[in-house]
Design a protein. Structure first.
Ligand SMILES: [Zn+2]
Length: 204
């Protein structure tokens, strides 16, 4: 079995480029398929043309399963059911074969991305109002529970987003679902979709 290091070259199929491409190994954070957090600093193969993660070498498997065992935090929210519908619809648009667990991966991905995006706080604050306009809550509105196990580091990122946006977890998730709706369903961003499809494929 070949052991790879950062900077090593290989080949793999890239779904974004729809071709067999040259790849370069680098270390990246990889979200778990079930949405229960991220494995940090994992060696992955990236497409030399578009930069997306397209392969995970066997040697990275132990680090991924270790990170999974260490996932300790949890996010629990009780939302109007329509928000879970939107999340499921987005997950379906990304990968129609993905299980409903993939909704958690999508949410995890967006939370992690927002935690590393300086414009995200502003956008999420704006989305707080958009969420209420899009999906006004009436008396008797059906609600659903969303419960996710996440890594300690992702939990910290979510808590930091809550502080910066001055929102509780429920409002943060509602705002984030509206971001997901815009970026995946309303005005799909191809490079983002391709990245999410790879995550879905790797982790299925
Ligand atoms: Zn590519």
């Amino acid at each position: 079995m070949k052991i790879f290091q950062e900077g090593d070259k290989s080949k793999a199929f890239c779904s974004h480029c729809a071709n067999t491409v040259g790849t370069t190994f680098v270390r990246r954070d990889v979200p778990f398929s079930d949405g229960k957090g991220l494995a940090k600093n994992i060696l992955v193969g990236t497409c030399d043309t578009c930069g997306l993660t397209v392969s995970i070498p066997a040697q990275s498997t132990p680090a991924i399963s270790k990170a999974r065992k260490e996932s300790t935090g949890s996010i629990e929210v009780n939302l109007p059911a329509v928000f879970v519908d939107v999340l499921d619809y987005a997950a379906f648009a990304i990968d129609s074969r993905a299980s409903t667990e993939f909704r958690k991966t999508v949410l995890t991905f967006f939370m992690h991305r927002a935690a590393h995006d300086t414009n995200a706080v502003e956008r999420l604050r704006g989305m707080r109002l958009v969420a209420d306009e899009r999906y006004p809550t009436r008396r008797g509105t059906a609600r659903r529970r969303l419960s996710m196990k996440v890594s300690a580091s992702l939990l910290k990122e979510v808590q930091s987003l809550e502080r910066q946006t001055a929102m509780n977890t429920t409002d943060l998730v509602k705002s984030m679902v509206c971001v997901v709706q815009d970026d995946v369903l309303t005005m799909p961003r191809p490079e983002l979709l391709a990245q999410l499809r790879v995550i879905s494929a790797i982790s299925a």
